[in-house]
Ligand binder design. Structure first.
Ligand SMILES: [Zn+2]
Length: 358
């Protein structure tokens, strides 16, 4: 286990700076945080075989809760140690974590990560004292599960750089565009039947349990909102897909509503939405989506959006936003948003050769 890192001061990455390291295979970050919640262990099987993952909710003085996923060996030792001392605000120093995009920013262990629980470091003691003074805030976070939601604070810190649509590159992981939105001329249905847990599309009947081949367990089939919008600025336009609550927010209907209209073969009344959109400008965060069927045009997924002419205080959505599940939909496959397990395992393989704990 590391000894030297506690004696020599090392610099941590602030949570607000994490977004820039997302999905970069060669980049890892070091953080200092207090663990405020231990979530259950989940088993999974992917192309590399069976494994297990456990999520921990962490926070620091920035007051932004994040999820840290520990894989396999970390669960048995460091995870166990954290679970046993969870009521005493365990402080952790983590080195070489991977930054991922999954409903916002999340962190996960790599094979070569190091986790120190309650290390005898000055900063760790300071953070523990801070934690003791903020127990109420933590219980609120745990109750509201705010750590599972997209947190715009993690993306909007630095002055945003907007890209003109003409200059969008499919190689860009994320881009912000300032655009008008419209979908009046796109003929589409606004929902698909999905696994309640992983959102993969299914033919199962609404409300019926079925064996989801992605989850490898019985799940309920529920309608999920999904539709395409056209994003336009002065330089061009591009099509992007919205999913889940983000889609419902723009549509002003729930997926269940959309499904019921569809079943009755009645067109969804959307005039008021189309009219309202004509006068609005949005800041939209998008990421490239890869199509299996070879669409001629590059497609995108909307990760987040807010109305441009609204005040600062309205930028953060008040409702929970569930995003990025495009990769689970049959027709699209996101480049950047794969399951946290898949991308982790890729990282594991790529770092195996140089694995050596400091
Ligand atoms: Zn599923």
């Amino acid at each position: 286990m590391d000894v030297d890192i506690t004696s020599s001061k090392f610099s941590y990455t602030m949570f607000k700076e994490l977004a820039q390291f997302m999905e970069l295979k060669e980049q890892a970050v070091d953080i200092l945080a207090v663990v405020i919640s231990v979530l259950p262990i989940n088993s999974f099987t992917n192309e590399f075989g069976p494994g297990k993952v456990q999520d921990f909710v962490i926070i620091n003085e920035e007051n932004i809760p994040l999820q840290l996923s520990m894989f396999n060996k970390f669960i048995d030792i460091e995870g166990q140690q954290i679970a046993e001392t969870i009521n005493n605000f365990p402080v952790i120093i983590c080195r070489r974590l991977k930054v991922k995009f999954f409903n916002g920013v999340t962190l996960s262990t790599r094979l070569d990560s190091t986790i120190l629980v309650d290390p005898p470091a000055h900063e760790a003691r300071q953070l523990k004292i801070w934690a003791g003074q903020n127990a109420l805030l933590f219980s609120q976070i745990i109750k509201e599960k705010s750590y599972t939601r997209y947190n715009p604070d993690l993306f909007l810190q630095s002055p945003q750089k907007f890209t003109l649509i003409f200059y969008l590159q499919p190689t860009q992981k994320f881009a912000w565009v300032k655009a008008s939105l419209s979908f009046q001329n796109i003929f589409q249905r606004y929902w698909y039947m999905a696994c309640k847990k992983c959102y993969k599309a299914t033919d199962a009947f609404h409300g019926h349990p079925y064996l989801c081949n992605k989850c490898s367990e019985y799940q309920e089939a529920v309608p999920r909102c999904r539709f395409d919008v056209n994003l336009a600025d002065n330089t061009g336009n591009v099509t992007a897909t919205l999913f889940g609550e983000l889609a419902e927010k723009l549509l002003t209907y729930s997926a269940l509503d959309a499904m019921q209209y569809f079943i009755r073969n009645v067109e969804l009344p959307l005039e008021h939405v189309h009219e309202a959109l004509k006068t609005k400008l949005f800041a939209v965060q998008i990421q490239p989506a890869q199509s299996r069927y070879g669409y001629l045009q590059q497609r995108y997924t909307v990760v987040h959006f807010y109305e441009e002419n609204q005040g600062e205080e309205n930028k953060s959505p008040s409702t929970s936003i569930c995003i990025n599940m495009a990769s689970n939909f049959d027709e699209t496959d996101n480049l950047g948003v794969t399951s946290p397990l898949a991308s982790f395992e890729t990282a594991q393989i790529s770092t195996t050769k140089k694995t050596k704990l400091a």
